[in-house]
Design a protein around this ligand. Structure first.
Ligand code: C5P
Length: 222
């Protein structure tokens, strides 16, 4: 059987990682969460207290980082220079600053190189914002997931509550809309559906509905 490359893009909190993990598991493919790489860099840049708008400084931080993604049964562990940052890169501080770090061209070039290295053998499900358009333009399967901002904020809100984190729905909605705007309007590799991607609006769909739709599409390409 062919080992496909599967690109899953879309706005914040559209369910990309949930769906990508399930699909990767079904086909024994590796799952690569590119957002985690930008988050890891943001975490370290914040820790060094540098100006996140300073491209040279942020790129310099990245040049000193070894970012590793280790798959586990229910997701992945993210390691940066041997520190386990899996949880901390999901903090509000990182989430609300990552889109600034992700605007810089030197950062994106380096990330693109690293991300392609993860995918050289195929058999990969990669999620992010620019996978179908830039990182893996030749991917056999390209999916663009979207959902209304209300629905996405609502899903994040419920997730937070389940984990026992404090959570404000209106604030989440604002933060998600803000991140979408920065990610869609940036100059380099903005969030955009690839021309040959299939778009799935997940607003009224369950996780398994979405997985089913994508796998029906994958089967035709295997
Ligand atoms: O997917 P996640 O929400 O974890 O991504 C965090 C941020 O990383 C995005 O809001 C975006 O700014 C950046 N990102 C990106 N390109 C990718 C993946 C993530 O610019 N391929």
């Amino acid at each position: 059987k062919k080992k496909l490359s599967i690109a899953i893009d879309g706005p914040a909190a559209a369910g990309k990682s949930t769906v990508a993990k399930i699909i990767a598991e079904h086909y024994s493919y590796i799952y690569i969460d590119t957002g985690a790489m930008y988050r890891a860099l943001t975490y370290k840049a914040l820790q060094e207290d540098i100006d996140l708008h300073d491209e040279e400084k942020v790129a310099n931080v990245l040049s000193r980082l070894n970012i590793e993604l280790h798959p586990t049964v229910d997701g992945q562990i993210v390691m940066v220079n041997d520190e386990n940052v899996t949880e901390i890169i999901r903090s509000n501080e990182v989430t609300n600053n990552v889109s600034i770090v992700a605007m810089h061209s030197q950062v994106r070039e380096e990330m693109l190189k690293r991300q392609r290295q993860f995918a050289t053998e195929g058999g990969v499900v990669m999620d992010g914002r620019d996978i179908g358009t830039h990182v893996l333009p030749d991917a056999e399967v390209k999916i663009f997931l979207k959902a209304s901002v209300e629905e996405r904020a609502n899903r994040r809100h419920q997730e937070n509550q389940k984990k026992g984190y404090s959570s404000d729905f209106e604030q989440l909605k604002q933060e998600i809309a803000n991140r979408d705007k920065l990610d869609s309007e940036r100059e380099i590799a903005p969030l955009k559906k690839a021309e040959d991607a299939i778009e799935i609006d997940t607003t009224a769909l369950s996780i398994l509905d979405v997985v089913k739709k994508i796998e029906d599409y994958i089967v035709e390409r295997l």
